[in-house]
Design a protein around this ligand. Structure first.
Ligand SMILES: Nc1nc2c(ncn2[C@@H]2O[C@H](COP(=O)(O)OP(=O)(O)OP(=O)(O)O)[C@@H](O)[C@H]2O)c(=O)[nH]1
Ligand SMILES: [Mg+2]
Length: 660
């Protein structure tokens, strides 16, 4: 009875319910699209199409990560029930592999150079996604791979991402890290036979937790390798290592029920040998179920709630339009034409307000960029200043004159070790800086930006209403606008698709600046650390060694400190010379993300202004055609008003159900 299917089905019910609600939401969007089409509101039609596509496309990304050879690929294979992903006893997975649903198994490789994708049978994966351990530095010509497989879990909109092991190669680690910024769930794969070592702990505390990846799953693999009589003890120790971790003095809120002990190999063998008992005792079904339940309940709620709320504004817009149209039909053609004429100055004002908003946003973003650039420069100045002292005091294993190497080899060894230590130091400092300086700076400046633009947007929306009031006969519509934040109202009009960084606009609009910064923060941390890698001394290694050799041909023992000092100064010079460009790049990275938001706002305002004109012109057109059309249109408006009530009832019911 404890069979995999039965247990996982419980989690599947949640996923199935999520899928049903998602379908319901899409239907509501489509009904609203039909109303928008009947009103001739083309912007809303496009927005609704975009929103429906977005809701439909949205998947749950489950990212598996951990040090190399922990069994990440094997855990995913055990889900697939077949050894699809290459898994060997050496560092194996080279590029991220995204497992998605497909009727037939096949894989698609994406070349780094943006060239044509290559479709291959899954049997050939090993030839393309596996690290060449003879030449581990050689990079695959592909940057990622998609595997399609008839896995029921994925049919429910779940995507399993296998990543390259951490702690083996810097570049691969960076790619894995980047993937985490889009993860809905993150599975940290560990090994029972060596429960969470120092590197694994550091990676968790220094890298994952600051990314906001607190909602993690822990999989301790290879439980089968622990002798039966020692399992309880190992489980206790392994659990303690995870739950007692604290980041910045805060204990990690890992619930013990998020820690799983697995025999992934046993589960996989059980699947291939059609032995349900082996699967049942492997620990896989319990992990599987917990993951599904989490995805469907916690993440699923967030995924549906956003669009359901955005839709509310679109329903309000449509209701207002129906009422405006009815009011316009009640006037004579002459009255309507005269009113339209009278509204021209307001329409011009609307355009002017749009330009003012765009200009003010652009100015504020430039100011934020300058602040970020200045802060980055000051970080580099501090680093350059502290660097010589750091190299002088850094703990090194190599000591000059202590071992029987040639003069040149000894200097090289010391310089190389120093370079590595400094590199790590720079990266750590960069990371702390993103948290302690960059994040608060962005939080404060985006809060100001948000506040400023909200007032301007309020005025714009007000002018848009006034235009309609003037044209429809100065009849003040007493319609509740829901008083949502104006930024949310404007962005909702776009169906949530125009943003480069969709999370940014939606979150910023909904929860304010702090949330917005937190939403972009992971990408910024990745960006900053990526740039810092270039700043480090590894790139100037050859020059460092040469200088050290040239300067110190004398007795070695006395030279240690001088070598350290010289290396420290050289690196400090290197940092100083690269600082302006790197600081600029960091600032541009921040600016680029904020500009995406500003562009979206502008598109939203443009659409709103266009729709106002479109409504008036549609009414004028109908009036000119004749009374018969007006009669038909009035009937249509009555029907639309009724339909909108039904849509709103369905929408708010859905919102309540999702909220739970
Ligand atoms: N006994 C035992 N062996 C396992 C288990 N899980 C994985 N292995 C073996 O461990 C080796 C490494 O497994 P992989 O799945 O390739 O590990 P990985 O974490 O994907 O490694 P990288 O791709 O290098 O990061 C393979 O030979 C697996 O067959 C397990 O639960 N028990
Ligand atoms: Mg692997």
């Amino acid at each position: 009875m404890n069979d995999k299917k039965e247990i996982t089905n419980m989690g599947n019910n949640d996923l199935a319910r999520f899928k049903a609600r998602k379908q319901e939401l899409i239907e509501v969007i489509q009904r609203l699209r039909k109303v928008a089409a009947d009103l001739g509101d083309t912007a809303a039609v496009t927005a609704m199409d975009a929103l429906a596509a977005k809701v439909d496309r949205d998947v749950f990304k489950v990212v598996f990560l951990g040090q190399f050879r922990r069994g990440k690929s094997t855990v995913i294979n055990s889900e697939l029930g077949r050894e699809v992903l290459p898994a060997f006893a050496v560092p194996t997975t080279e590029i991220p592999i995204e497992v998605r649903y497909g009727e037939e198994p096949y894989a698609v490789l994406h070349p780094r150079d943006g060239g044509a994708q290559v479709r291959i049978p899954v049997e050939q994966l090993a030839a393309h996604v596996v690290i060449d351990n003879e030449q581990p530095e050689r990079k695959s010509r592909f940057e990622r791979c998609e595997v399609y497989y008839p896995l029921p879990l994925c049919e429910n909109g779940v995507e399993l991402v296998d990543t390259a092991g951490t702690d083996d190669d810097e570049e691969r680690e960076r790619v894995t890290f980047e993937y985490l910024t889009q993860a809905d769930a993150c599975v940290y794969v560990l090994d029972c036979t060596q429960p969470m070592g120092i590197n694994e702990r550091d990676f968790l505390v220094d890298r994952l937790l600051p990314l906001g990846q607190e909602d993690m799953f822990f999989v301790y693999n290879r439980i089968n390798l622990v002798p039966e009589e020692e399992r309880d003890r190992v489980i206790e120790v392994a659990t303690a290592r995870v739950t007692r971790i604290s980041a910045d003095g805060r204990p990690l809120r890992v619930k013990p029920e998020r820690i799983f002990f697995l025999d992934a190999k046993g589960a996989l063998d059980g699947c291939t040998a059609a032995d349900p008992q082996a699967v049942a005792v492997s620990g896989l079904p319990e992990f599987d179920r917990a993951l599904r339940t989490f995805l469907a309940q916690e993440r699923g709620r967030a995924k549906l709630l956003g669009p359901a709320r955005e839709l509310r504004y679109k329903v309000q817009d449509a209701r207002r339009m129906v009422a405006d149209r009815q009011a316009m039909y009640h006037q004579s053609l002459e009255e309507l034409e005269a009113n339209y004429e009278a509204a021209q100055p307001q329409l011009e004002l609307l355009e002017q307000q749009r330009r003012t908003i765009a200009g003010s946003l652009a100015m504020q973003i430039t100011a934020i960029e300058q602040d970020v650039e200045a802060a980055a420069r000051s970080l580099f100045a501090t680093l350059a200043e502290e660097c010589p002292q750091f190299t002088l005091q850094a703990e090194l294993e190599h000591k000059l004159g202590a071992n029987p190497l040639t003069h040149k080899q000894q200097v090289e060894a010391v310089v190389e070790e120093l370079a590595e230590v400094v590199d790590q130091w720079i990266k750590d400092r960069a990371f702390t800086w993103t948290q302690d300086t960059l994040a608060p700076l962005l939080e404060e400046s985006t809060a100001k930006l948000h506040e400023g633009v909200s007032t301007d947007l309020e005025h714009f929306l007000d002018t848009a209403h006034k235009v309609m009031d003037t044209v429809s006969g100065n009849r003040k519509l007493s319609m509740d606008d829901g008083a949502g934040p104006p930024l949310e109202r404007v962005l909702a009009g776009l169906g949530g698709t125009v943003l480069l960084d969709p999370g940014l606009g939606a979150i910023g609009a909904r929860f304010g600046a702090g949330e917005m910064v937190r939403a972009v923060f992971p990408q910024l941390a990745v960006l900053v650390i990526g740039l810092m890698v270039g700043l480090g001394p590894l790139g100037i290694m050859a020059a460092l060694t040469a200088t050290a050799l040239l300067l110190f041909p004398g007795r070695l023992e006395r030279m240690t400190n001088k070598v350290r000092e010289k290396v420290g100064e050289e690196i400090a010079d290197g940092i100083r010379s690269q600082a302006p460009d790197t600081a600029r790049e960091i600032a541009c990275g921040v600016g680029e993300r904020l500009r995406a938001l500003a562009d979206a706002v502008d598109t939203g305002l443009e659409a709103r202004a266009a729709s106002v004109r479109q409504q008036i012109e549609a009414a004028l057109h109908d009036k000119r055609v004749g009374q018969k059309t007006i009669d038909e249109q009035q009937k249509l408006m009555l029907r639309l008003a009724q339909t909108l009530n039904e849509i709103e009832a369905a929408r708010s019911g859905l919102e309540d159900a999702v909220r739970g």
